[in-house]
Design a protein around this ligand. Structure first.
Ligand SMILES: [Zn+2]
Length: 617
């Protein structure tokens, strides 16, 4: 017995040792390898991997090396699919502002009165604003306070003043100044003020900063791809340079203080002053690349069908409009360890597993660029796919799989094919991951570019966290054991899809209920749901969409992919911001007359009626 006891004791110790060995040594190696890869991709050296920078180029070369070393096949002899993106804006040489002041002389008819001209100097007296149209305008100046029309607050800076064909002059922020919970907050952005001014008929906009610490700070020319095509010429003026054009009895500072104190507009036309404004903004284009390779399937028939496994490798660089770091402070590298170095590394691991054990169907591995800029890399891929798009049987997206909490792994998109639920349920790896299924297939990541092409999609995600889109999204916060478990699970899903005879059929199902309300100040459409899937590629004609969320008001009205919204009721819609401000000014139950362009060369003009519904609490 004793010996039996010693033997069994020995066996137990051996068992523990072996399993530990299996658990510790091999995962440890894998963990170390994954850590080193995430560490490099999210290192300060790569400067947050912003498209068009040398930092992202290093990341691209690194991913190519990985593809090369595991032996992935190339399309067209290259792992790269290059495309251009606008990465910045710069002021051209042709920005100019000329003020004309009529010099009063008694007894001389107005048209004969002399005019004093004053040329402003760019970057000294004024700067063009990033969303300005490139055009020249000339006209009278209408001071319109904060440029806000808030009917529910019984406040309208445009009441009783006609600004058609004029240039409006307005103050930044709102009459509550920097009050955190002000009801004016949603009217504080310059984009809203530009859309409002244009819809009132103004041809130009001069913004002056509200009194305060940053009143003498010029806005940076920050490129935002949903912001262009504003339909108005817009500049920021230096407060001191501008205030001298106000009449002595109506000084800018007094007007501002009155509005803030009384919450009452003080709008009027500046007497005897005209201004000519010419703006010249130039897009800075950069070339960037999707990195792709594939494992050829083993089955003579199925190898001609492809599963796409994708993970974007770009990130925010030093911040920009979608940084959650908050304004002010020096720009910092947004390392993007979880978003999305984790997805890239997990994808490379999965590619390696398939190279060692190729499945029946072929699998394409693609690391997209410019996802943070509006899915530009995946949109480019689906519009320029290396194979016929209908040969793609499904798309599996990995975006943020590095911060697993309590073994939880979420998979979105299960409603996009009736094959997915049973596959997910059959692959129960519950001793490592607890999988949560989410039906919505239209989320804000690269799979959205595929589902709008009627391709079944799944997106894997380990959850949002406090470092999301911040410089603190670092490699040492990654749960590497969780990444291994997620990788193994995702591999098993893809492997099942790649070896199953039939391809998953696409189904366009309603996501059921309206999405949750958004809290953040600017973005989001307030309390109501319209249901378009925005397309982040600019279009000169208006607000182009990538589709409608199934079951949404837009879907029920018949809006489809590539439609361009140009007008809603009497409001012109030139871009996504115009669309957002118009929709959120309405309430559930309102029926909107939506004018769209579609068809060849967008020659077809159609009017659709969209009935808004409430967003879910
Ligand atoms: Zn991401």
């Amino acid at each position: 017995m004793k010996s039996a006891i010693i033997k069994s004791l020995f066996a137990t110790v051996l068992l523990i040792f072996v399993s530990n060995f299996n658990l510790q040594s091999q995962p440890a190696d894998n963990r170390d390898k994954m850590r080193e890869m995430v560490k490099y991709l999210s290192s300060d050296e790569l400067k947050g991997r912003f498209p068009g920078t040398d930092g992202i180029e290093k990341a691209a070369a690194y991913i190519e090396e990985q593809f090369q070393s595991i032996g992935l096949k190339k399309f067209a002899n290259s792992y790269r699919q290059e495309f251009d993106v606008t990465t910045a804006l710069k002021a051209g040489d042709d920005n100019n502002v000329i003020f004309e002041t009529i010099i009063q002389r008694p007894g001389i008819p107005v048209e004969k009165l002399p005019r004093a001209k004053q040329n402003w100097v760019v970057n000294q007296d004024f700067v063009p604003l990033a969303f300005s149209d490139n055009k020249q305008v000339y006209g009278e100046i209408a001071f319109v306070g904060f440029g806000i029309s808030a009917p529910e607050l019984k406040y309208d800076d445009y009441e009783g003043i006609d600004v058609k064909g004029k240039i409006v002059l307005l103050i930044s922020e709102n009459p509550d100044k920097d009050k955190k919970d002000s009801p004016f907050l949603q009217y504080s952005s310059l984009r809203y003020k530009a859309t409002n001014a244009r819809n009132k008929g103004a041809i130009g906009m001069i913004m002056v900063k509200i009194q305060g610490d940053s009143m003498n700070v010029f806005e940076r020319l920050e490129y935002s791809n949903i912001g262009k095509n504003s339909g108005i010429v817009a500049i920021q003026a230096w407060r001191q340079s501008l205030s001298k054009f106000f009449p002595k009895n109506k000084l800018l500072i007094e007007l501002e203080n009155n509005i803030v104190k009384n919450k009452k507009p003080e709008s009027f036309i500046l007497p005897n002053v005209f201004v000519s404004i010419k703006t010249d903004l130039q897009d800075v284009k950069s070339s960037t690349s999707n990195i792709l390779g594939y494992v050829e399937g083993t089955d003579t028939k199925l190898k001609d069908e492809f599963i796409v496994v994708g993970a974007h490798y770009d990130h925010l660089g030093y911040g920009g409009p979608t940084s959650m770091k908050g304004h002010g402070g020096r720009p910092q590298v947004h390392n993007g360890a979880d978003d999305n170095a984790s997805g890239v590394v997990s994808m490379i691991e999965i590619a390696q597993k398939f190279m060692q054990n190729p499945p029946k169907r072929s699998v394409i591995f693609v690391s997209f660029s410019a996802e943070e800029m509006g899915l530009l890399g995946s949109v480019h891929f689906v519009n320029n796919a290396p194979i016929e798009i209908d040969k793609i049987t499904s798309m599996i997206n990995l975006d943020m799989v590095g911060r697993m909490k309590k073994n939880e792994l979420t998979v979105f998109g299960t409603s996009s094919s009736n094959a997915f639920d049973s596959i997910i349920d059959s692959l129960d790896l519950s001793d490592t991951v607890a999988v949560t299924k989410a039906s919505d297939a239209y989320g804000p990541s690269d799979h959205a570019s595929f589902v709008t092409k009627n391709i079944p999609v799944l997106m894997f995600f380990t959850g949002i966290h406090e470092d999301y889109h911040k410089p603190s999204d670092d490699w040492d916060k990654i749960n590497y054991q969780g990444m291994i478990w997620a990788t193994d699970y995702i591999y098993s899903v893809v492997n099942t899809l790649a070896n199953t005879e039939s391809r998953p059929s696409f189904q366009r199902t309603s996501i059921g209920e309206a999405p949750k309300r958004r809290t953040d100040r600017e973005q989001g459409y307030g309390e109501v749901w319209f249901g378009i899937i925005p397309n982040f590629e600019e279009h000169p004609l208006g607000c182009k969409i990538s589709g409608s969320t199934p079951g949404s008001p837009a879907d029920k009205a018949g809006l489809v992919a590539d439609d361009i919204i140009v007008q809603i009721d009497d409001a012109n819609i030139k871009n996504l911001y115009d669309f957002m401000y118009k929709v959120r000014s309405h309430k559930a139950g309102d029926v909107l007359n939506v004018h769209i362009l579609r068809g060849k060369d967008y020659k077809e003009k159609v009017e659709l009626k969209v009935t808004l519904v409430t967003k879910t609490k």
